[in-house]
Design a protein around this ligand. Structure first.
Ligand SMILES: Cc1cc2nc3c(=O)[nH]c(=O)nc-3n(C[C@H](O)[C@H](O)[C@H](O)COP(=O)(O)OP(=O)(O)OC[C@H]3O[C@@H](n4cnc5c(N)ncnc54)[C@H](O)[C@@H]3O)c2cc1C
Ligand code: FES
Ligand code: FES
Length: 1354
């Protein structure tokens, strides 16, 4: 259905008047576009408004989500379609709504997730497949992923798997581990990505090989999927097509409060305007300018948008190359070049191939679809990926102003400083000429980043060499680097020295020593990683050297031989399309079809999540009198506040009031357990991000602007930032925990060997896709307040807010519908934001809302604790460990929060799965001036076990034995005692271990790896098997309780409520399965609406993996009561229906509502006596991973992972496997990728997906096998199941130790053997530096203490 929506203030006739800016032609102030087929005419739209804000706030289309506002997560993906009149074609593109200026949408059709299907109407096949394939957990990423896939299909109805992977480069998911999403969409591809999909071919099928008779390997049935029929897609609005034919050359002008947006109609007008407004910003894709405005507080009074000027979009083929208009998007450029590469002779396409290589790794599709070539050049970023290629290959730029035109070559004179070029303010870039390569020219481009996909470069380079014909004598050499200076740099000195020389080993050596001298970096250089970057400059040249050597040889030119083992340096290092297997035990024969326990039932909200209908906290409609809150936070790590000046903020539009400590009616002292922090700072700040106050205004934008206008004066105090600083200052929270068993002295005496070591494990940001959000609604009576919060801890929030507001707890209701991910990050830290919002709502007696921006959330809410461990291990020559003394230091931050319990859990996992007779573990909580760190999936367990695996590896390496053998030797046996004296019974570690080794083909893999490593110098493979034993229970005994409330209504429908919250982990789905089995009714009759403190009180946070156990038992309890009450009616009418019994009971005045309760029996540990049961039981698993590292760059590929996990009798294999894979991928991020960077002053430098990299689609192991252990019932939890949320996370350390294994092989080439320290994460930087070789030796690090580093290891 099409309609017209007209908004804006003044009425107008045709919206066209004479143009006051240019004095010529006519201009319009009407923006015309379509959203989901509906026409919208927006009069004078705000140039600062993004499409995302417009969709969510003006049109109430909340399916499109805000995850980052910087183009880095893809949650906001929508499809934008245009009709290109001259070419008569329709273009469909996935774009990031968070960066798309509303004003840029003239004459486009926007399609959002709501526009393609709905649960009420009909799901689109894309929405259906992601749901049925279990590709949606919390669902916050799902609409964006759906829209990326949808846009791909609109352009290509039968894509290949590689196309799907490319389409998802710009989408992140923190829950699923990506595998199920790819599996769902694999069914829409023509090649299925190399997997036979169960049909079997050649050597059989990976899904069925080694499968037991009662094992199942499918989690969904592809034949249930609605076929995809591209002819049924929504048509492009015919009216828009007609409009597009006519209006292109019209000038548009939109005036906002601070910015005027002008879209010139033609080139002359553009030049005229630029002449008149030399300081104006030219905006095409807005992927740079958008970031500057949002995050760097830039205000641009005049924006010129030339995207539709023909000259700037033209692609002209010339005799010697291609001229691209500066506004051509990167996607368009890529398409043109790909075609060219197919048609031109190979030798002419070297430059194009280099550009295509860079484009493949350039951002994600959504960015490439809008970002312009000109934007990349003119931003003049030192880490631009295209500029090095343009520079090394002599591209020419056409610059114009009103008075003329000049053509300049992009050489070392073009960039004049950081983000500066020779282009004059009145000039614009019109086009870029990219040349063909010459017959004797070779070009390569390289990009190194933390994450392979969608990441900014650490170092980026392009190299071009031209030889005298038929020789290996260098005629021309251009080496261009990004990331090595304030702008793209040419290594001119080195090039000069090498000109005229023969391409051979001597040249290589001279090149490297010359580059080491020329490509220097100050040890304090922004971005850090100085030694790594310098080494890369050399290593990349070496790759280029070998590549050229090979190409010369192919051309018949006589050159030196480089041994075959060196070829690995130049092999393409791209991950292959992933394939996967999931195995689980079928439900017992004879289990009723209606009994869904044990079956792979879809997450109950999946479909709503896929259509955008699922309501998250910030999707709730605005209250009429609602206000918005923005936080004022400290920019200093440790300081007293001298003054706070709000005068400028008060003058900001929409300002309502400020909130400070004096506005807190109750206790301003707060905290998860100990009240050692403030709701709002009271004269002192103890971390950057400490909340000082808040501004309340009419809109989010106004609140945020006003908050930024508040001026705070500080008196700085010395901060403590790192663990090492805390140790030096003895800055610890108390108590210092110790667990000790056996006799340490005797243990070490017995040992044949003793080794000592240390390791640092970096922290981790939760990066739930939905940031923290609270809406507080005062009820107007008796101090009542209702809060809608994205929290795992409604009861805690209720209690804290009541205390802050000084009202009894019974006046506060906290309601949680669902969260867009939690992972522990919304367990305790959410209470701080909720408290501030409640204080503001209380002060103003109006609803107040706040959803943190991603950068604020990362800054304020803390994450996983960084840990530093030191150890001393005594072991026998056999490898048996007999004594262990380990100390853990965690970086707690500025308040205790849950850190003591987290440290306790680290200690409870200090021996991981290994039996050590004599053991002592101590835990020190470092008090620092970082934002308080908190719970994160695993809760200290992973850090505790990581140190264990580090010493286990050291033991094996000291003895020169295989780590697998030494680990196996030390593995716990049934009946042994843990260091905290808990007996291990029904242990399944052995079984998991053996199955993992056999499923992974460990022996064959090891042999193949050894062969690979012997034959290849510059890529090395590594393998590791790691077990885990994770204790299940809250270690605070009182938390091991849960409640449920079940109502049966007279129509037979059931409303189920329990104490747990839904954050994507499928808890509600499992609880419905439990209730369905106990009540004996289909799941469709049972509904869970939300979690609320006025239905089930005094709940424990949804945490510790125990929520299914605890709440499941409580639900079972409540349902059993109801079953009992209904029993007489069932007996009386055995052939009747559920509804009949319910009705009969009701008329008989039977209470059809029951609450249930459960507490875990026999728990209670005492640290003093080291006795009493800590855990109800353990969840075990084993993983085997294989990796390949590129020794020259530090990049690695995850080749294969096999996981065997004991989850008892799975309640829902799809959800449990989803948890295993999701946790594994989060662990993969923790141990190999994610790095929080802090300045020495304690300022967090990584505040968004641009700089903080979580795993993406491309990081899944190429082969991923997850198998749930069969026949392993657990008698300690509901329906013989086991907890699964946290335990698998640690299994990702197998990837870390496989990397370490591969590095060991690389080090062996340099004659290095034995244990070495490798801190976590095993980043590209750490891997490269640890692979010590001739290049690293040329770039020694600056001496510590002689400079101030850009970032420090906290
Ligand atoms: C999530 C994300 C990922 C990214 N990944 C990468 C990456 O991998 N590699 C990389 O190199 N960059 C990356 N970028 C940076 C950015 O996308 C590119 O620089 C892009 O090419 C900019 O183009 P744009 O059209 O969006 O620029 P805009 O933001 O529209 O403009 C950028 C600048 O260029 C100027 N400008 C634009 N056109 C002209 C013209 N014709 N004449 C004069 N001045 C002009 C503008 O005034 C402005 O200063 C990324 C950005 C984001 C947000
Ligand atoms: S919200 Fe737009 S990409 Fe993250
Ligand atoms: S399901 Fe993808 S972020 Fe939660």
């Amino acid at each position: 259905m099409e309609g017209t929506q007209q908004t804006g203030s003044a009425m107008h006739t045709n919206g066209t008047t004479a143009d006051p800016e240019t004095g010529s032609g006519s201009r319009s102030d009407e923006l015309i576009f379509f959203v989901n087929g509906k026409k919208i005419v927006e009069k004078n739209p705000d140039p600062e408004m993004t499409l995302l804000t417009y969709l969510r706030r003006q049109l109430a289309l909340t399916g499109t989500k805000l995850g980052c506002a910087e183009g880095g997560c893809g949650a906001c993906t929508v499809m934008v379609s245009r009709y290109q009149a001259p070419a008569r074609r329709l273009l469909h593109h996935a774009v990031n709504a968070c960066l798309a200026p509303l004003c840029s949408l003239h004459l486009v059709a926007v399609t959002t997730v709501e526009g393609i299907g709905s649960v009420a109407r009909k799901l689109h096949p894309v929405q259906e497949r992601i749901s049925l394939a279990h590709g949606s957990q919390c669902g916050f990423c799902t609409p964006g992923i759906v829209m990326s896939m949808y846009a791909l299909l609109r352009n290509n109805a039968t894509p290949k798997m590689a196309d799907v992977e490319e389409a998802f480069q710009g989408n992140l998911c923190r829950c699923t581990g990506y595998r199920p999403i790819l599996d769902g969409f694999r069914t829409m591809t023509k090649d299925g990505g190399g997997c036979c999909g169960g049909r079997g071919r050649g050597q059989g099928c990976c899904m069925t090989n080694g499968k037991e008779a009662d094992e199942v390997s499918t989690l969904f049935n592809a034949s249930d999927f609605t076929p995809f029929d591209p002819t049924q897609e929504v048509i492009f609005p015919p009216e828009l097509m007609a409009l597009s034919k006519g209006q292109r050359s019209q000038t548009l002008c939109f005036r906002g409060d601070r910015t005027t947006w002008i879209q010139p109609g033609n080139l002359d007008q553009f030049l005229e305007l630029k002449w008149k407004h030399p300081d104006s910003k030219v905006v095409v894709g807005n992927t740079e300018v958008g970031i500057e405005v949002k995050f760097k507080n830039m205000v641009y009074p005049v924006i010129l948008a030339p995207a539709f000027i023909p000259e700037l979009n033209a692609v002209t083929h010339t005799d010697d190359g291609i001229e691209f208009g500066a506004a051509c998007t990167l996607s368009h450029m890529g398409a043109v070049l790909r075609k060219e590469v197919e048609t031109l002779p190979q030798h002419q396409t070297q430059v194009y191939l280099a550009i295509l290589e860079q484009l493949h790794w350039f951002a994600g599709a959504q960015i490439r679809n809008v970002a312009a070539i000109g934007g990349n050049i003119m931003t003049a970023s030192p880490i631009s990926d295209l500029n090095p290629v343009f520079m090394a290959t002599g591209c020419r730029l056409t610059l114009m102003d009103k008075e003329g035109c000049r053509v300049v070559r992009m050489d070392d004179g073009f960039f004049t400083g950081y983000r500066k070029t020779i282009v004059r303010p009145q000039e614009v870039l019109v086009s870029v000429h990219v040349p063909h390569s010459k017959r004797t020219q070779f070009v390569s481009a390289f990009k190194l980043s933390r994450r392979r996909e969608d990441d900014i470069s650490i170092v980026t380079a392009a190299m071009s060499v031209t030889f005298s014909p038929q020789t290996n004598v260098v005629e021309e050499l251009m080496l261009s680097y990004g990331g090595m200076a304030a702008s793209t740099q040419l290594a001119t000195e080195t090039a000069k020295r090498l000109r005229g020389r023969s391409w051979g080993e001597e040249l290589l050596q001279d090149a490297c020593s010359s580059l080491a001298e020329e490509m220097t970096l100050d040890p304090s250089a922004p971005g850090g990683m100085v030694t790594y970057r310098r080494t890369l400059a050399l290593s990349l040249f070496y790759k280029f050297y070998l590549t050229v050597l090979q190409k010369l040889r192919l051309q018949g030119v006589s050159v030196e031989e480089a041994g075959p083992e060196c070829q690995s340096a130049i092999q393409e290092f791209r991950p292959e399309t992933a394939s996967s297997v999931q195995l689980y035990q079928a439900v017992p024969e004879g289990q009723s079809q209606d009994d869904v326990v044990g079956r792979p039932m879809m997450h109950l909200s999946a479909m709503k999540q896929a259509t955008g209908e699922a309501v998250y906290c910030d999707d709730m409609p605005l209250y009429e009198n609602e206000l918005y809150l923005a936080l004022i936070t400290s920019s200093k790590a440790h300081a007293t506040i001298r003054s706070v000046d709000v005068s400028e903020a008060e003058r900001c539009p929409g300002f309502v009031c400020c909130v400070f400590a004096e506005d807190v009616p109750g206790s301003n002292a707060t905290g998860a357990i100990v009240h050692d922090e403030t709701v709002l700072a009271d004269g002192k700040v103890t971390c950057v991000g400490h909340i000082i106050g808040a501004v309340v205004a009419d809109t989010q934008l106004h609140a945020q602007r006003a908050a930024k206008a508040v001026r705070v004066q500080y008196e700085e105090l010395q901060p403590i930032v790192t663990i090492q600083e805390a140790i030096a200052a003895q800055s610890f929270y108390h108590p210092i925990r110790t667990i000790q068993k056996g006799n340490m002295e005797a243990g070490f005496k017995q040992a044949d060997h003793i080794l000592e070591g240390e390791m640092h494990i970096g922290g981790q940001e939760h990066f739930y896709l939905e940031t923290n959000v609270t809406l507080a609604v005062p009820r107007g009576e008796d101090g009542e307040m209702e809060l809608f919060v994205s929290t795992q801890a409604p009861t805690k929030t209720q209690a804290v807010v009541a205390e802050v507001l000084d009202v009894p707890v019974n006046r506060v209701v906290v309601r949680v519908k669902r969260m867009g991910g939690g992972f522990g990050g919304k367990e305790s830290r959410t209470t701080i934001l909720s408290s501030v919002v409640a204080v503001a709502a209380n002060k103003l007696k109006r609803p107040v809302r706040c959803m943190l921006d991603r950068d604020e959330d990362m800054l304020i809410t803390g994450g996983r604790h960084p840990f530093y461990g030191t150890y001393k291990v005594g072991f026998l020559s056999s490898g048996k460990v007999v004594a262990l003394d380990v100390s853990y230091y965690s970086n707690v931050g500025n308040s205790l929060d849950l850190s003591l319990s987290i440290m306790e859990r680290a200690l409870f996992h200090m021996e991981n799965s290994y039996s050590v007779a004599n053991v002592r573990g101590r835990g020190f909580l470092c008090r620092t001036n970082l934002p308080s760190n908190t719970a994160f999936r695993g809760f200290g367990g992973p850090q505790g076990m990581m140190i264990a695996e580090s010493w286990m590896t050291d033991v094996a390496q000291t003895l020169g034995r295989s780590t697998e053998e030494v680990r196996r030797l030390n593995l716990y046996q049934e009946g042994e005692l843990t260091p905290y004296n808990q007996v291990l019974d029904r242990l399944t570690l052995d079984r998991c271990w053996d199955e993992c080794l056999s499923r992974s083909g460990y022996e064959q893999r090891r042999a193949a790896i050894d062969l690979h490593n012997r034959q290849n110098r510059w890529t090395k493979r590594g393998l590791a098997v790691v077990p885990t034993k994770f204790g299940i229970s809250f270690t605070a005994t009182f938390l091991n309780q849960a409640g449920a409330l079940v109502h049966i209504y007279t129509d037979g429908s059931v409303l189920l409520t329990h104490g747990g919250t839904e954050m994507g982990q499928g808890l509600h789905t499992k609880m419905v399965q439990v209730a369905s089995r106990v009540l004996g009714i289909p799941c469709s009759k049972i509904h869970i609406s939300e979690t609320s403190t006025n239905t089930v009180p005094n709940t424990s946070p949804t945490a510790a993996s125990a929520s299914s156990d605890l709440n499941g038992a409580a639900v079972q309890n409540a349902c059993a009561v109801l079953v009992k009450r209904l029993e007489p009616y069932r007996t009386r009418n055995p052939t009747g229906s559920w509804e009949d019994w319910v009705k009969a009971a009701y008329f008989d005045r039977v209470n059809l509502s029951a609450n249930g309760f459960f507490k875990t029996p026999d728990l209670g540990y005492d640290f003093n006596s080291n006795s009493g049961r800590v855990f109800n039981y353990f969840t075990n698993g084993v993983a085997c991973s294989e990796v390949e590292i590129d020794c020259l760059t530090g990049a690695h590929k995850n080749l294969s992972t096999t996981i065997v996990m004991d989850v008892g009798h799975s309640l829902n294999p799809a959800i449990d496997i989803g948890q295993v894979e999701g946790a594994f991928m989060q662990g993969l991020g923790l141990f190999t990728l994610e790095e929080l960077q802090y300045s020495p002053e304690g300022v967090l430098l990584t505040r968004g997906p641009g700089s903080y990299k979580i795993p993406a689609f491309g990081d899944i192991p190429t082969q991923l096998t997850v198998s749930l252990l069969r026949d392993a019932p657990n008698d300690k939890a509901i329906f013989a199941s086991k907890a699964v949320g946290e335990p698998p996370l640690f299994l990702a350390s197998s990837v870390f130790f496989a990397i370490k294994d591969a590095i060991s092989a690389a080090r062996a080439e340099s004659g290095l053997s034995g244990p070495f320290r490798l801190d976590s994460p095993a980043s590209t930087e750490r891997i490269r530096i640890a692979c010590s070789d001739r290049f690293t030796k040329l770039c020694p690090p600056a001496e510590a203490g002689t400079f101030r580093p850009w970032s420090v290891q906290v």
